[in-house]
Design a binder for this molecule. Sequence first.
Ligand SMILES: Cc1cc2nc3c(=O)[nH]c(=O)nc-3n(C[C@H](O)[C@H](O)[C@H](O)COP(=O)(O)OP(=O)(O)OC[C@H]3O[C@@H](n4cnc5c(N)ncnc54)[C@H](O)[C@@H]3O)c2cc1C
Length: 428
Amino acid sequence: MKVAVIGAGYAGLAAAVELAAQGVSVTVYEATKQLGGRARRVDYRGLALDNGQHILLGAYREIQRLMGLIGADPAALLLRLPLQLHIPGRFSLQASSLPAPLHVTQGLLTASGLTWGERIAAVRFVHALRGQKFRLARDTSVGEMLQKHGQSGNLRLYLWEPLCVAALNTPLATASAQTFLNVLRDSLFGSRADSDMLLPLADLTRLFPAYAASFIERHGGSVLPSQTVLDVRVEAGGFVLETRQGSKPFDRVVCAVPPQRLAGLAGTLPQLAAAVALVARFDYQPIYTVFLQYPEEIRLPRPMIGLCGGAAQWVFDHGRLNRQAGLMCVVISAEGPHQALDHGELAQRVDAELRTAFPQLPSPLWHKVIAEKRATFACTPGLDRPGQATPLPNFYLAGDYTAGDYPATLEGAVRSGIKCAKLVLKTP
Ligand SMILES: Cc1cc2nc3c(=O)[nH]c(=O)nc-3n(C[C@H](O)[C@H](O)[C@H](O)COP(=O)(O)OP(=O)(O)OC[C@H]3O[C@@H](n4cnc5c(N)ncnc54)[C@H](O)[C@@H]3O)c2cc1C
């Protein structure tokens, strides 16, 4: 059986790794030079930056399992921090060392920056969610759900809003409450380690894609960067893939391109019309990443710190993460007024906000802004997402946008790839 995987993002590579591990001959086509798709290394000034800071959760088990399988040791490549959220001068929450779910309850009851009323409301809310098994009869917006459960004031501002925007990359008013609950269920109410936050200690191409490519090649497959698939034709019970380098026949295809590219590739296949139509209804949300290089001796008190009241939402100290001393990575998820600023203005604004939080910071030496304007699909209530199996036999869809419990995340992408591999292996 010859299988083609189109796209070497985390979804396509996960599918290819699972197939290669089962002895299937797999060829991965990737349009760009760099592996990783929306989670990739960006080389700049001799530094390995990323197209955007990524955070994983302990509950994201499948990506950690696959990392282990391909020799990318999660313990060495990910910094594991207990669940915490620190906004200097305003809010501080840290999960305690008690077993789950008491570690969260105690963390909420001892959080600073909340009134006693807010702390108790938070504990009541999470236990009410647990009582209803994190299921909603009807999906609604996170904003509406919070209001219904009396989650207002600082609780909403310092806890739920940052968590929701970080996890779903969608503003509270339009984010899917059910998808948010799926993430809370698996992270806060699984085992204690499930709520840990995992920060990459390597660039995003090295973290998984580079190890995956060498695993696939060691198992007889090939990974072909800079080879765009231009067309997929159904022919003689199989498929023919067209690239600038020529055409090749395959028995099965896993299409792991981003949702915006699906229509271009599969739009002419009538059996894919329903999936293409679903994706055409998606909206997208941006993520802006602002890198600010300060002198090397500058270090923040923690690797990851929350910010509030301006454009910047989180700052990550890459001196503590990737041995890039003095390099700060600021994340701005979801839409907002910052999109009207040019990159220079945005970097200045973010630098000013950082200096308000950390008055000892000197001027930055340089900045680099990376705007991913369509970083993820907008994760809205009741969003219909196409499944991995399609009406076209032996043609599968992988990607963070396909049906699943999670919003657009590395884990969602990886799980979709694994599902496709299972479907490929199941069909005779
Ligand atoms: C800035 C940013 C920050 C993020 N932060 C987080 C985070 O903190 N935590 C988290 O879990 N997730 C985060 N995400 C989301 C996560 O990166 C994505 O969900 C995930 O990378 C999607 O993987 P994918 O394989 O589904 O798609 P993609 O990564 O988009 O991969 C698709 C691949 O297909 C290739 N391709 C397209 N067309 C063709 C063609 N015709 N032929 C061959 N190849 C083709 C593309 O070049 C690409 O490499 C973030 C995303 C961004 C952009």
